[in-house]
Design a protein around this ligand. Structure first.
Ligand code: TXA
Ligand code: MG
Length: 322
């Protein structure tokens, strides 16, 4: 069973750095979701991440840095990339940038691509990267295909004895993964909606962000398969009523027809606050999944702001499984 260490304990960072130096992956809280971190320059450490998650190796990992300086040692920053990093780092934005020829990030982490996904996270993750002194490759700390964890308890349940250490920093404030934007000179492409709303990023960059249509010329995030974030129960989105035995995920104060028939009810945000809804999304989905007798009905969620990321994750959770 994984050992859970509290981040407020002054010994925790030292113990985590020792584990990282040995090449062991460590689960760490970030403001988005918990990540399973390992030395991005060490092939054995990266292999240990893929194994613990059961993740396909063609799917590259985000390298987490403590600041723009560390990021610039590994990737080429165009002026627009720099603007975005300055506006949102540390924070829930990942930039996919051209990899520098002499970057130390191992090709197992980038899956051999000519680009690298870089993000400077907030909080204890940042402290940990600073103390370690090198980028940390970190996918979400769940088994591949499962819902991303937003508490240390979720990580421990999902990865059990596959990892040694989980740093517990409480529930993640943002609750959905980072927004991923590919930067090609002055052109920006959205690879994944996430914690930074697209409109907010467009305003900071002063450039329109292209939606990724996945077409022949489109850049893709290899990990964005349609069916992902898979709960066991079937999801019914934009539900205006509840059928007997369904678990119900509500949003806002509006009553839903047949609510009394729900096997379980959770309100993502009774006041209709999308940021609160995002922070509750994954833990409520897990609870709904445990308590559903006949699927999960999900009330409509507006597409504004972080609502785009919420709807993206719900659509993936509802997609047919292969
Ligand atoms: O909020 C987050 O981004 C969290 C926390 C832990 O930082 N991490 C996360 O990692 O969600 P992961 O591995 O679950 O998702 C990263 C996504 C994958 O879909 C991967 O294919 C894509 O980023 N990605 C990484 N590097 C890329 C690259 N060079 N080009 C295109 N897509 C890339
Ligand atoms: Mg993930």
């Amino acid at each position: 069973m994984a050992r859970i260490l509290q981040v407020r304990d002054p010994e925790t960072i030292r113990i985590a750095v020792e584990a990282l130096r040995r090449g062991a992956p460590v689960a760490m809280p970030t403001e988005t979701v918990y990540g399973l971190a390992a030395d991005a320059t060490n092939p054995a450490a990266i292999t240990a991440i893929y194994e613990a998650k059961g993740r396909p190796r063609f799917n590259p990992l985000i390298a987490h840095v403590c600041d723009i300086e560390m990021a610039k040692a590994h990737a080429e920053f165009s002026p627009i990339a720099e603007r975005l990093a300055e506006a949102f780092w540390p924070g829930p934005l990942t930039l996919v940038l051209p990899l520098k020829a002499d970057a130390g990030i191992h090709e197992l982490a980038t899956a051999g691509l000519a680009t690298v996904g870089l993000r400077a996270p907030q909080g204890v993750a940042r402290t940990l990267i600073g103390a370690f002194g090198r980028p940390l490759a970190a996918p979400s700390a769940n088994r591949s295909g499962r819902i991303s964890p937003t508490t240390a308890g979720h990580v421990a349940e999902d990865l059990e004895d596959r990892i040694d250490l989980v740093l517990d920093g409480g529930p993640c404030a943002v609750g959905v993964e980072s927004t991923i934007i590919a930067v090609d000179g002055e052109s920006l492409t959205l690879l994944r909606p996430g914690g930074v709303p697209v409109k907010t990023a467009e305003e900071a960059a002063d450039v329109k962000i292209r939606r990724n249509d996945g077409g022949a010329t489109g850049i893709i995030a290899p990990g964005m398969m349609r069916s992902h974030y898979a709960p066991e129960a079937k999801l019914r989105l934009d539900a205006v009523d509840v059928r007997p035995g369904e678990a119900l995920l509500k949003f806002g104060a509006k009553a839903i027809a047949g609510e009394g028939q729900a096997s379980w009810t959770g309100n993502l945000s009774a006041s209709g606050d999308l940021r609160e809804a995002a922070s509750n999304l994954f833990s409520f989905l897990k609870q709904a999944d445990c308590n559903a007798k006949a699927g999960i009905a999900v009330a409509p969620i507006p597409m504004e702001g972080i609502g785009e990321a919420i709807n993206d994750r719900l659509n993936r959770a509802a997609a047919p499984r292969d």
